[in-house]
Write a protein that binds this ligand. Structure first.
Ligand code: NAD
Length: 283
């Protein structure tokens, strides 16, 4: 069975890694071969770390590494795929165009997944010739560690595709929650709201970032506070989602706080740029 992952960034390299570890022949695609290869290299580094920490056997690492390859060409990569998953940036037109290219070249009966955090699966389906095979496969960061996948049923998704999606989730050893298509699904709608409220509290001077985070980590047993989590996800990613939810749901509590707009405009996108709500330059 063959999985093709389009987009080799924060999420895509992890999706490729867990697919290869589950025994799928896996192709990592990006806009250029260098970017696709960088995604594969990142997945291999995660596997090496897993070996060092005793979480992955040497045999499992070697088998996964042998199943992974890079490509910069969607049509030739997907032509014999069983499952194609896109993890390109959270922009509707970009995702529609990438999905349409995959849909036009992949075999009839193959599953097409989108790792969107919030965009409407039904809107993505509307751009395609075979909308019934599209499902949301919403992975969580870091993909090789987080157990959850939100499986999103679009209005046009058929049951065969839902069954195939749930079988894929089970084979890669993750847990599924099934959600009907709705802006932000279950996770982003709740999780982003918490992050936005934490930012407003920071703006109002209610407490320091570290204290807001520790309040939820210790008081409510969240494994990570909402501001630190925003730094890991990427402030730009969270801002895109907040704008989208604000537009779609019309609720004032999804309006992006000024502090988020300002940090993104200044290029402070979180851990990936060394600064967000925290200073990551030493880590
Ligand atoms: P990212 O920016 O780290 O990676 C996106 C990758 O897509 C880049 O490598 C980019 O070169 C590539 N790309 C762009 N256009 C392309 C094209 N036309 N063809 C092939 N590759 C292309 O983004 P990310 O954080 O991995 O997010 C990807 C998706 O996953 C988004 O929809 C995001 O909302 C979702 N998501 C992100 C997180 C997170 O924690 N970052 C969590 C869950 C879901």
């Amino acid at each position: 069975m063959k999985v093709v992952v389009i987009g080799a960034g924060t999420m895509g390299h992890g999706i490729a890694q867990v697919s290869a570890m589950a025994g799928y022949e896996t192709v990592q695609v990006d806009a250029t071969l260098e970017q696709a290869e960088a995604g594969v290299a990142r997945a291999l580094r995660n596997l090496d770390d897993g070996v060092k920490r005793g979480k992955v056997t040497v045999d499992a690492r070697d088998a996964a590494a042998a199943s992974l390859r890079a490509s910069a060409d969607i049509p030739s990569a997907v032509v014999d795929a069983d499952i194609v998953i896109e993890a390109v940036p959270e922009r509707m037109e970009l995702k529609q165009s990438v999905l349409a290219t995959a849909d036009a070249h992949m075999p009839a009966g193959a599953l097409l997944g989108s790792n969107t955090s919030s965009l409407s699966i039904t809107d993505l389906q509307n751009a395609l010739t075979h909308p019934q095979r599209v499902v949301g496969l919403h992975f969580f960061n870091p993909v090789h560690i987080n157990p959850l996948i939100e499986v999103v049923r679009g209005r046009l998704t058929d049951e065969t595709s839902m069954t195939a999606a749930l079988a894929y989730v089970a084979r890669i050893g993750k847990e599924a929650v099934v959600v009907n298509d709705s802006p932000g699904f279950a996770t982003s709608r709740l999780g982003v709201l918490l992050g936005l409220e934490a930012m407003r509290m920071l703006e109002e001077g209610v407490a320091q970032a570290a204290d807001i985070d520790r309040a939820l980590e210790l008081g409510y047993r969240h494994p990570m506070g909402p501001l630190k989590l925003t730094d890991l996800v990427g402030l730009d990613v969270r801002l895109d989602i907040a704008r989208y939810l604000h537009e779609k749901l019309g609720a004032a509590h999804f309006k992006p706080p000024a502090i988020l707009e300002r940090l993104v405009a200044d290029g402070h996108l979180g851990k990936k740029t060394g600064r967000g709500f925290y200073d990551w330059s030493e880590s």
